[in-house]
Write a protein that binds this ligand. Sequence first.
Ligand code: ZN
Length: 332
Amino acid sequence: MYENWLVGVDIGGTTIKMAFISQKGGIIRKWEIPTNKNEKGKHIPSDIAKSINLHLYELGKSKDKLIGIGIGAPGPVNVLEGTIEVAVNLGWENFPLRDILQQETFLPVVVENDANLAAIGEMWKGAGNGAKNLICITLGTGVGGGIIVNGKLVHGENGAGGEIGHITSKLKDGLLCNCGKKGCLETIASATGIVSLALEELAYAEESSKLKKYYNKYQIVTSKQIFDAVKAADKTAIRIIDQVTFHLGFALANLANSLNPQKIVIGGGVSNAGDTLLIPLKEQFAQFAFPRVSEGVELVIATLGNDAGVIGGAWLVKEVLMNKSKGNLVSV
Ligand code: ZN
């Protein structure tokens, strides 16, 4: 009960998720605040600092109850400098997040990419179940990824390690991705990508398709409705999800062929489809994976949901700040 707490913070485009977390990874209090993107996001660190103070006050605790802050932000991160290279959503460019937040809070801060943070969270307390070799892919509005090898995140040479969403998946007629390339996995397997595929398929779909009837009536369709239609055996919906799982299975199998992971964790809003996504994905994965790689790996749905980032942040405080083991920050 006298144990000090870790702080996890996960900055997103619309909200900032925050939590006080025990050293065993239990959430003591969690909350969120809106992301203030005014004036190129310069108020974000002070908003975080004020919010931490407010919640400490409400709990009747003082700042010395906290050990440090592990924080994730979108975009490539320079983990040694604690800077965010570019976060278009927030208006940040070469933003010295670690230094500013340390000044605002008087606490030590460690900075990481948000998808990497979610991967660590799932490794520690989620579906990764402590696996030291793990690939985590987040299928949301975009596709994020985090790769852990021998318990360490792969950052790569300049912070772009684990960008699974930008594996080129469609070689011909691929859609333009936010990164400037065409045919990235993100343009197929994100919620947005699935809807784009659906719009193409619906143009040719048989009139008996319930999905087509729905679309004709409302002129809108979501990835959740497409998965629901798969459950109802709608042929058009099945064709759409077959394409998604084909490209996703192909990309993940080739990654696994290089990394030989123990777990592949599938998270993000699209993963709420559960077995409707996982069962066909496992079949596609199996046909492209090297047999010994297939034997060693388990594909699982993420279990922490929106808490993955803050729990990953807490792990960073524990492993990096408390142990002062800077080695964890260095690319493998
Ligand atoms: Zn891309």
